[in-house]
Design a protein around this ligand. Structure first.
Ligand SMILES: Cc1ncc(COP(=O)(O)O)c(C=O)c1O
Length: 396
């Protein structure tokens, strides 16, 4: 049996990024549509709060679960905005980004061999964090013909006696699909019927378009005491490099385990970033709304370019900042039934456009490609201009 860490990949997107950076170092113009890092600056009041924290010498260890002001701000936010019913800030654990939150949640939840149901395709790190915790990812295929929805009947069919949890992600990376309340209610009732926990990843809760509403599954009656929610400030406040996330849990055993895990992994998030996070959550949400508007405009620019391009069938995302497209079988670069690396490589070589091969997100992602529109609007515009002609000329 290989070492548990050897079962984790080094990441397809990292490979694409390395190639783009190498090209750039050699003087080529590149367009960074491969990964999801917001192009925006953090809100000014967050900047100021962190500067003040430095001036005040707030550079020492903090409580490992987070500073009281931040846990209180998060408690207020999740009870009023997300509709979670929790007893107080003691249900909040501040983490080093959502990624670290997910790592400790699966570690706290799973015993060796426990199964977790998750959508396929899915952001790579979910299956990997499940495996790192000794668990087994059980994938439920999302299909283009049904708008990449996470169907409750498919989830129910994947439940076995070893199932421990159902993982939910809305808005979804990589497809941008948003789960609405009726589907979430059905998923919650499956969890209730089989006495399962739900892990809800809401990293993109504020990147949502066309007036859609984000629903936290943990707010639904059937889900209330069986959901662990993972949030991130990376996308909401463009704070990706500051590494700030949080977990909401109500089960006392899980909470105790999470506390031990934060102590043993990070012993508290960067103190200055925590002060910034409290300012972000307590302050004006105008910049977050403005970013979502700008992402929607970028989505429309890129979607219209892909609709004009041959060999791709793009899905219109209702949230997150990714455009997911099926590569049609006519694609001349095809190197096998489900090849997708050929289009990613072709676009880098031909036009310096970064993307992610769909297979990076699981078997159902094969034959797909993902374009991130979190880079600047200018880069998105340039990519949109180049893409149709670049794909067109692939046939030549
Ligand atoms: C679905 C999903 N969940 C969680 C995260 C975690 O983000 P972070 O660790 O920056 O908070 C990401 C980041 O891309 C993501 O795509």
């Amino acid at each position: 049996m290989p070492h548990i860490v050897d079962q984790v990949s080094l990441g397809a997107i990292v490979q694409v990024r390395d190639r783009l950076l190498e090209l750039q170092a050699n003087g080529r113009a590149v367009l960074r549509l491969e990964s999801g890092d917001p192009s925006f600056d953090i809100p000014i009041h967050v900047h100021e709060a962190m500067q003040q924290a430095l001036l005040d010498g707030r550079t020492h260890y903090t409580a490992s679960t987070g500073i009281p002001a931040l846990r209180q701000a998060i408690y207020q936010k999740v009870t009023t905005e997300n509709g979670l019913e929790i007893s107080g800030p003691e249900n909040v654990i501040v983490t080093n980004g959502g990624m670290h939150g997910l790592y400790i949640v699966f570690r706290a939840l799973l015993d060796a061999g426990d199964e977790v149901i998750l959508p396929d395709p899915m952001w790579t790190e979910i299956a990997e964090n499940i495996r790192l915790a000794g668990g087994v990812p059980v994938r439920v295929c999302l299909r283009p013909e049904t708008g990449y929805q996470y169907h409750p009947e498919d989830i129910a069919a994947a439940v076995t006696p070893r199932t421990r949890a159902i993982f939910v992600n809305t808005p979804h990376n990589p497809t941008g699909a948003v789960l609405r309340q009726p589907e979430l209610e059905m998923i919650a009732s499956i969890a209730e019927r089989h006495d399962l926990t739900m892990v809800s990843d809401e990293a993109y809760e504020h990147v949502i378009f066309d007036g859609e509403r984000h629903v936290s599954i943990g707010s639904l009656p059937a889900a209330r005491d069986r959901t662990i929610t993972v949030h991130s400030l990376s996308k909401t406040y463009a704070m990706s490099g500051l590494r700030l996330g949080y977990v909401i849990a109500t089960d006392p055993i899980i909470l105790e385990r999470l506390k031990k895990l934060v102590r043993c992994t990070i012993n508290g998030v960067n103190s200055v970033a925590q002060v910034g996070a409290a300012a972000a959550i307590n302050g004006s949400q105008e910049t977050t709304l403005a970013m979502a508007k700008e992402y929607q405009a970028r989505r429309d620019i890129l979607l219209s370019a892909l609709n004009d391009a041959p060999y791709v069938e793009a899905f219109k995302p209702s949230g997150a900042f990714y455009l997911w497209a099926r590569i049609t079988p006519e694609w001349p670069g095809y190197q096998g039934a489900h090849d997708d690396w050929s289009m990613t490589n072709y676009l880098i070589d031909r036009s310096g456009i970064g993307s992610s091969p769909g297979s990076a997100f699981g078997p159902a992602g094969e034959g797909h490609i993902r374009f991130a529109f979190s880079c600047s609007t200018d880069q998105v515009r340039k990519a949109a201009k180049l893409l149709p002609a670049a794909l067109e000329s692939a046939s030549a």
